[in-house]
Structure formats: C-alpha cells, structure tokens
Design a protein around this ligand. Structure first.
Ligand code: NAD
Length: 428
C-alpha cells in the first residue's frame, strides 16, 4: 500500500469537523485517484436538494411541539436516492447531506441502481410515546410526499427508527396516494413487503468481507482471531457467522465494556443488544476489558461495529490487529486512517463491509415492485454473490494500483458515478 495519505495539521484537526466537511474532503481525495472531469467533481460536492420541513406534533400531555425534519438528496444519476431516516436530537441539514454523499458511494461501490439520500427529524425518540412517534412519522411522510417515492427516493430505517416506523411511513404515503405502494421505503416488516434477511444483512456482509480479507492475506478463517466492538445488529450477526465459520471470536463488547476469552467465546450464548440490551458483561468469561482495550487487542481482525470515530489519531498507533473491518459507519477518523495506512494495517471500509443492509434493501425494493417474495435462502445467496462481486472490483483496484482499501473502494464508486454523469451530460 504505497499511496499512504499524509497526516498534516489540517487533517489531524478533522476529528471534530462536520460530517459534510469530511465527506467533501473524502470526495476531493478520491478525485486525485481517478481521472474525472473536474466539473463533475464540482457537481458532486453539492447535493441535488435538501428538503427542510416543519413537523408539528400534538403532545399527549397537551400543547403542540414543532420539530424540524430533513431529507438530503445527494445524487440520483444512477437511480432513485436511497438512505435512512434517523430520529436523533442532533440531526442537521449538514449531517444529512454528508451522510447522503456516503450513501451515493456505498450504492455505487455495490453497483446498485441507486443514488444517495439521508434524512431525519431533530427529536429525541425516547421523549415520544408510541402514539406520538406514529403521528410524527405520518406527518413527516406527508411533508416529504412530493420528494419521495419508489422511483424518486426510497428511505429506510436508521438511528432511532425501525421497521414499525417504516410501516407507518409506507401506510401514510399509500393512503395519500390512493394505492398501496410498498416500494416507497425499505426495512419494513415482511408481512407488508419487507425482505427476509434485511435486519441481519449488514452483519452478514461484514462477516463475508472479513472472510474474504482473511483469505486475501493468506490466512485461514479457522485460524483467525477476531475482536468485535459493539454486540448489536451488525456486531452480533457478524460475530456469530464468523464463529460458525470457525473463527475464534476472543472479545465482544457493548457500551458497558467487553468480555474476553483467548480460547474463543460462544457467541450464540452472549446476549445481543436486541435479545437483552447492554447485557454482554452478564455472560461469564475469563476476563473483562474496557471498550478502549478491545481496539488494542493483538488479533487478526478487529471489527468496530458500535459507533463512529472510535479509532482516532490518539489510539491508532495502539491498534494491534492486522486487518480492521469497519462494521460501523465511520469508526476510523481521517487522521487515524492515515496512521493505520502508514503502519500497513489493512482497513476495509464501511461503504463496502456493511453495505449488505442497502443491498438487501435493493432486493426488498425489487420484491415490492415485482410483487414477489424471495425466500431467506435466495436473499442470502444473492447477497453473497453481490458482496463477492463488489469485493473483487475493489480488490482489483488494490492489486492494480497499490491503493488502500478505502481509496480503492472510492475509486470504484466515483468512477461509476462519474461515468454515468459523463454519459448523461449536463442538462440543459
Ligand atoms: P445497535 O443499536 O443494534 O447496537 C449497537 C451496539 O454498540 C450495542 O451493543 C451497544 O451497547 C454498543 N455501543 C453503543 N455505544 C457504544 C460505545 N460507545 N462503545 C462500545 N459499544 C457501544 O446498532 P447497529 O444497528 O448494530 O449499528 C452499529 C453501527 O453499524 C452504527 O455505526 C450503524 O450506523 C452501523 N450500521 C448499521 C446498519 C443497520 O442496518 N443496523 C447498517 C449499516 C451500518
């Protein structure tokens, strides 16, 4: 990996910069590795549209609160915008825009016929009753009705939203349109057009990519040791699959800390976030560790699968894994990335590793449009195929041009988007 990014003062400061600033910087960096018309890069720095709406809600205890909602639509040159809707107090237009850019690259690296979108409401979902959450979601769906739709923009669950939220969104949209339109959102319950395997898909793709990365570096999955930070949807599904495939999962953690067994944990016996929230430490194990210590374990593979910005300039030198597979979104800061590249630690980026979620969302959208349900076996088979195809595309760039895995993934993604932009041209 000779194209090591340099850590200059400006980059070192990016730990606290906005998501949008980071996303733009990543685009600029990717542009240096691809021959693209600068006018196309300039166009891609800007979202097509950022819709801001007011969402009034009658409170159960009386009175009305007005929340602000957003939908950022970055680019749709390859197909409808695709991305989550989050309910979180810190949702902003800038954050949605930055995250929508990442969705453009994630969809493109997977070669899905989608562009990038992201949205949400600045609200603490824990402050809402179930009834308030339903009414807020229905009104939000109505406020966004003109800009979403199966051929325009297809939201999905994200932080603070779930399959039920998508069911309400789909119902509100369908009622107003006068017909049942399941393809307006993905991540729905299977009974109304959701896909089997959607929930487990980001963890499954993280495991598939881990297996391929271990093989690429000439090791056997059955001999590999793995540490996983975060034992939620992504972390637990990835850990259990790798365990099934023979890997030794030595540590898993939740927000309270980690359990460690050098001989390997029985991952099926450790409660996941969904089974029993924040209960990892209740499982008996030879040792407990802090969450920081998990990142510094001497293992073959480290999978950060909890939250963003956990590997920073402050601890990147202490990372002792040979391969880092990003299960979470953005676990490695820009500055940490440079340090890991200098140290020859392979970092397989989030836009590839956890892209199983958006890939099965694409399968869900296909099932909705065709009014035909796929079995779980078919979903998992097609996911495997799509992940391996994306893995090969990125691996070929790594091999051909001696790039880091992140740079190679961006080259694949940006080339596809830029080529589509070039072919369609600029209208008028
Ligand atoms: P989740 O809520 O199911 O689980 C999160 C886990 O991380 C829990 O075990 C929690 O205890 C733990 N955790 C929270 N804060 C922590 C901290 N500071 N240190 C250590 N552990 C902490 O979440 P999830 O759906 O698995 O998502 C995890 C990450 O993966 C997020 O970055 C998310 O954006 C990303 N992701 C999720 C999906 C998806 O569809 N679920 C898809 C792609 C990416």
């Amino acid at each position: 990996m000779s194209t090591t990014p340099t850590v200059d003062d400006e980059e070192a400061e990016t730990e606290s910069e906005s998501t949008l600033a980071t996303a733009r910087k990543q685009l600029q960096r990717a542009a240096t590795n691809v021959e693209v018309d600068p006018a196309i890069i300039e166009r891609l720095k800007h979202p097509t549209r950022v819709q801001q709406v007011s969402v009034p809600l009658e409170r159960e205890e009386g009175g009305v609160d007005v929340f602000t909602g957003y939908r950022a639509q970055h680019d749709d040159v390859r197909g409808p915008y695709k991305g989550g809707l989050r309910y979180h107090p810190e949702v902003t237009a800038d954050e949605c825009t930055g995250l929508s850019m990442w969705m453009t690259w994630k969809c493109a690296v997977m070669d899905l016929p989608f562009g990038g979108g992201k949205g949400g409401i600045a609200v603490d979902p824990k402050s809402l009753t179930d009834d308030e959450r339903e009414r807020l979601t229905r009104r939000f769906a109505e406020e966004l009705r003109d800009v979403v739709g199966p051929t325009k923009d297809v939201p999905a669950p994200d932080m603070g939203t779930d399959a039920q939220t998508m069911a309400w969104f789909m119902d509100a949209y369908s009622m107003q349109q006068g017909e049942t339109i399941p393809g307006v959102v993905t991540g729905k319950p299977p009974v109304i057009g959701g896909s089997y395997g959607r929930e487990a898909a980001p963890g499954r793709s993280t495991a598939i990519i881990t297996r391929e990365a271990v093989d690429y570096y000439d090791r056997e999955i059955a001999d590999a040791t793995v540490a996983v930070q975060g034992f939620g949807s992504v972390g637990a599904n990835a850990a259990r699959l790798l365990d099934d495939w023979g890997a030794t999962v030595v540590a898993v953690s939740d927000v309270n800390g980690a359990i460690y067994d050098p001989d390997g944990l029985d991952t099926r016996a450790v409660p996941t976030h969904e089974e029993e929230p924040e209960a990892v430490l209740t499982h008996e194990a030879p040792e407990t560790l802090s969450n920081e210590a998990v990142l510094e374990l001497d293992v073959d593979v480290l999978i950060p699968a909890a939250v963003g910005n956990v590997i920073t300039a402050g601890n990147a030198d202490a990372v002792d894994a040979d391969i880092v597979v990003e299960g979470a979104n953005g676990p490695t800061t820009f500055a940490a990335d440079a340090i890991l590249a200098e140290r020859d630690v392979a970092v397989i980026p989030d836009i590839l590793a956890n892209a199983g979620g958006v890939t099965v969302s694409y399968f869900e959208w296909l099932q909705d449009i065709n009014r035909r349900t796929w079995s779980l076996e078919r979903v998992n088979e097609e996911l495997e195929e799509q992940m391996l195809s994306a893995w090969r595309d990125v691996r070929d760039e790594v091999d051909a041009r001696d790039l880091t895995w992140r740079d190679a993934a961006y080259v694949v993604a940006l080339s596809r988007v830029a080529e589509a932009k070039g072919a369609r041209g600029l209208w008028p």
